[in-house]
Design a protein around this ligand. Structure first.
Ligand code: PRP
Ligand code: URA
Length: 217
């Protein structure tokens, strides 16, 4: 079960031993892209079970080989919304549990001088507001990118939005709470702080570069 942080009421941190184990390997600078991607997807899959706990279901009739019985079916569509690029690294893991989910994409890059988000792409299902939206991004640092993505989804009609992250900084969680108090953030770890470059410490470096092998040498 994820636990609420004492002062960050919109944050649930997963203290599961498997998630901690995998996160430690992902943080290691010696972990290569292929393993990094696999681990992020595995962690995302483990988190999805809890993230979806309060999704509505409707009762349906099911014919077993022996008799008719009552079953349950998710009653509203689920849309996964990875923030490009790094959000793609956790999307397959969530999708394993929601094979019928739709995937909307929001492309946001953080300007590394101002640390402000720059939105460069967006494509959502036309009826995204009818169901649940799960915003996916491994890193929540200043919270600028997350808030921009959530704002975009709300403008598209979404009323039920959650975030799935890997590592979050207190500053970013607070910002999401201030701007979008209705949005719960789920994370594998709450890290200590942001540094002067707005990188999460101890963090894991630049997630997008580690996922896609674009680290400059
Ligand atoms: C990273 C990360 C988040 C954002 C977090 O993306 O994946 O989207 O930074 O920072 P913030 O909370 O301060 O906005 P980046 O801009 O590096 O783009 P990328 O995924 O394409 O590498
Ligand atoms: N983006 C990342 O990929 N890592 C950080 O620590 C902060 C922003």
């Amino acid at each position: 079960m994820p636990t609420h942080s004492d002062s960050l009421f919109n944050l649930k941190v997963f203290d599961h031993p498997l998630i901690r184990h995998k996160l430690a390997i992902a943080r290691d600078q010696g972990t290569h892209s292929a393993d990094f991607r696999r681990l992020l997807n595995e962690i995302a899959g483990l988190m999805t079970y809890e993230v979806s706990r309060r999704f509505d279901t409707r009762t349906i009739t099911v014919q077993t080989p022996l008799e008719e019985t009552i079953g349950h079916q998710l009653s509203r569509p689920v849309t996964l919304v990875p923030i490009l690029r790094a959000g793609l690294s956790m999307t397959d893991g969530v999708m394993q549990l929601f094979p019928e989910a739709r995937v909307g994409h929001i492309g946001i890059r953080r300007d590394e001088t101002t640390h402000r988000p720059v939105t460069y792409y967006a494509k959502l299902p036309h009826d995204v507001g009818d169901g649940y939206a799960i915003v996916i991004d491994p890193m929540l640092a200043t919270g600028g990118s997350a808030c921009a993505a959530i704002r975009y989804l709300k403008e598209a009609g979404c009323r039920d939005i959650q975030m799935v992250c890997l590592v979050v900084a207190p500053e970013g969680v607070r910002r999401v709470h201030n701007e979008h108090p209705d949005v719960m953030v789920h994370a594998a770890a709450l890290d200590r702080e942001l540094d002067s470059n707005a990188y999460i410490r101890p963090g894991l470096g630049d997630a997008g570069d580690r996922v896609f092998g674009t680290i400059e040498v």
